[in-house]
Design a protein around this ligand. Structure first.
Ligand SMILES: Cc1cc2nc3c(=O)[nH]c(=O)nc-3n(C[C@H](O)[C@H](O)[C@H](O)COP(=O)(O)OP(=O)(O)OC[C@H]3O[C@@H](n4cnc5c(N)ncnc54)[C@H](O)[C@@H]3O)c2cc1C
Length: 636
């Protein structure tokens, strides 16, 4: 949205030294400027630290247009590439869903060398050698976050550079320094405000660009953090440019008293302070050490910043006002949408409410099963936000959907076997259905130090290690990465990361049986510390292992790095093995890739170090094979 409304000084303001110009909104005649307007009225122009005096409104407006154009062009290009990718995947699925392994041979190689090169050197590449999602830590407590990937870095660098260029496109030839400061103040101020729009949109769980561009919330969160830093720098430039012009104009008379009884300046200062604190308290070591406190403070400071900018701009109807109004509207829409969705998912008009059962499991984890009062479609690879007020009041925590009783979309047509687990009433659970039955969602929650630990402790102390509570689910989110067009799918999971893959496997196995997907070979590699973690997903894995046609398609390898009991290797089967030791992703790929069927998808969900190993192994095999990489990372 670009502003064309230009307010001007309708009468000469009182020079009360407080920068508090009084504007009446109106249209500035084309080509006119404030100095000329004042000269026409036969009066002295206002000083450069006040209102729009010296601000190049016309140029600001052009640059804002330019900024939007580049954003839309970038988004449009990514969208076009995604559409092309989807189209290719669609054609491949149609062609391969009834094809034999041999008939899929064409797809084992990438026939677009440029695309392969881009994947290897840009899209999947870490910034430097190998490190991307492995956190930079100096101890297990202090976490410095992760290093952006090469494509993320490139986009962020170009974006930051463009902002710098916009800020520096000033009238450097002017002989009046104050005018230069005013121009810089106006430019940095409007850019900071406009940047708040992507800042807010990218932070939203319901950001429409997530499904549209099929880019994860995690990636947008990275952009959110860096755009936030750009907003802070521009806000500081805005403030210091104003201060420089004020000190220049007033000399020794410049005083902090200018803020007294001056709503315009007070709210501007409030916004600036909030924005600066927002940046510092969001630094990775602080954010990760006190995540819930961080979230509360972040929202409070965010509201203070919006309010400050809103009143600052609204009180004089400045050109940047429509942008902050847009920010506030977007923010409110997202919040209202979340509330509405929360109510829809967790309450039914017949009086039903979400209930949940928490089971403490060996290996410091809980199985949490939410019984929703209505049918909700959950796509494979989705995650939800869990609210458990008895443990963490109004806070919500994200978890992958480990299992659900309903299957999303085709190809499920028939009932499946028993789920082997028990529902909230303790009866043997229902069968997998695609009808509009009430949805049950199961999560595996590994105990960390906050809410997850409290939940685990409470469940452990409960009778039979089972706790019955009330709660809410928000979502589902994501689930847009489809694997159905790949003949071979290799899944790496680390610890609790197994949850991301189970529903995907069920979906692909059902599809393989019904011949609605291209997938003919799935290799699941799960890396855990001790075999007791297998208890977490036992009922669901058993169900998967019992599925018809599973043996021809799925093989499972579990790597236990520090098993507390000896592993009985004599019971190993070719399609189900438990191995002592650490997984080597490159060895697995060396084994599977030569025998692949069609195009290959490698998916990873687990600790950053595992994801980085998998990424390196995939890149090393490009462009010799047609491989795509899908990474579910939880770096926020
Ligand atoms: C998309 C997604 C899917 C996930 N799926 C699973 C899963 O299936 N199983 C599982 O065990 N874990 C999963 N996690 C991680 C899980 O969300 C965190 O372990 C959990 O929120 C930690 O809560 P805590 O209070 O015990 O955290 P703490 O021990 O206090 O903090 C540990 C870390 O957890 C994260 N965290 C804490 N609170 C929140 C919050 N309210 N919102 C977001 N992150 C938070 C922060 O990164 C923090 O540094 C997932 C995370 C994401 C983002």
């Amino acid at each position: 949205m670009v502003n064309t409304f230009v307010p001007y000084v309708s009468h000469v303001p009182r020079d009360n030294s407080d920068g508090n110009l009084v504007f009446k909104a109106g249209k500035l005649p084309p080509g006119a400027n404030l100095t000329a307007a004042a000269a026409y009225n036969g009066t002295t122009p206002p000083p450069y630290f006040t209102g729009l005096h010296g601000v190049n409104v016309e140029m600001d407006s052009k640059l804002v247009k330019m900024m939007w154009l580049t954003i839309f062009l970038t988004v449009g290009t990514i969208f076009a590439l995604r559409l092309a990718e989807l189209f290719v995947a669609y054609i491949r699925t149609i062609h391969c869903m009834t094809a034999t392994a041999v008939q899929q041979t064409y797809y084992t190689l990438d026939h677009f060398p440029l695309w392969s090169w881009l994947k290897k050197n840009l899209v999947y590449a870490p910034l430097l050698h190998k490190r991307h999602n492995r956190e930079l830590q100096i101890s297990s407590v202090v976490n410095y976050g992760t290093i952006p990937g090469r494509i993320h870095f490139l986009l962020l660098f170009v974006y930051a550079l463009s902002q710098l260029i916009y800020c520096l496109m000033l009238d450097w030839k002017t002989s009046e320094k104050g005018k230069l400061y005013a121009e810089l103040r106006g430019r940095s101020g409007i850019l900071a405000t406009v940047n708040m729009i992507p800042l807010v949109v990218l932070a939203g769980r319901n950001n429409p660009a997530i499904p549209l561009l099929r880019v994860s919330f995690d990636t947008y969160n990275l952009f959110h953090r860096w755009i936030g830093r750009i907003v802070a720098v521009e806000s500081l430039i805005h403030f210091f440019a104003w201060m420089a012009a004020y000190i220049m104009a007033r000399g020794d008379k410049a005083t902090l008293a200018i803020f007294v009884n001056n709503r315009f300046l007070q709210y501007g200062l409030m916004a600036l302070i909030s924005i600066v604190i927002l940046v510092f308290h969001s630094l990775s070591p602080i954010r990760h050490a006190f995540y819930e406190t961080f979230l509360h403070l972040h929202q409070f400071l965010g509201i203070a910043a919006f309010l400050g900018v809103y009143v600052h701009l609204c009180s004089k109807m400045l050109p940047a006002f429509p942008f902050i109004l847009t920010v506030v509207i977007f923010w409110m829409i997202e919040r209202l949408w979340r509330l509405g969705r929360l109510a829809y998912v967790n309450y039914s008009r017949f009086g039903g409410r979400t209930a949940l059962v928490v089971e403490a499991l060996p290996g410091m984890a809980c199985r949490v099963t939410f019984q929703l009062p209505r049918h909700v479609t959950i796509r494979p690879g989705s995650h939800v936000y869990a609210y458990i007020p008895a443990i963490s009041l109004w806070m919500s925590h994200p978890f992958s959907v480990a299992w659900t009783n309903v299957e999303a979309g085709p190809p499920v047509t028939a009932e499946l076997t028993n789920m082997g687990s028990r529902d909230l009433e303790g009866q043997t659970s229902t069968k997998l259905v695609k009808s509009k039955t009430a949805t049950r969602v199961s999560l595996i929650v590994c105990a960390r130090s906050g809410m997850t630990k409290q939940l685990y402790e409470k469940a452990r102390q409960a009778e039979n290690n089972k706790l019955f509570l009330r709660g809410f689910l928000e979502g589902p989110y994501a689930g847009h990465d489809s694997m159905v067009s790949y003949g071979t799918v290799i899944m790496f999971a680390g610890g609790g990361g197994i949850t991301h893959h189970l529903v995907q496997i069920r979906h692909l196995l059902l599809g393989a049986r019904a011949q609605t997907v291209a997938t003919r070979k799935i290799v699941l590699v799960w890396s855990i510390r001790d075999v007791d973690a297998m208890e977490w997903v036992k009922p669901w894995v058993n169900e998967i292992l019992a599925m018809e046609g599973r043996r021809e398609v799925l093989s499972v390898r579990v790597y236990a790095s520090k098993p507390s009991v000896p592993i009985n290797t004599s019971r190993a089967k070719p399609t189900m093995q438990i191995i002592k030791g650490r997984v080597q992703p490159s060895t697995i790929l060396d084994e599977v890739i030569p025998q692949r069927i069609g195009a290959t998808m490698v998916s990873v969900c687990g600790p950053g170090a595992l994801a980085d190993e998998v990424r390196a192994a995939v890149r090393a095999r490009l462009p010799d094979a047609n491989i795509a990489l899908n990474e579910e990372s939880f770096t926020w």
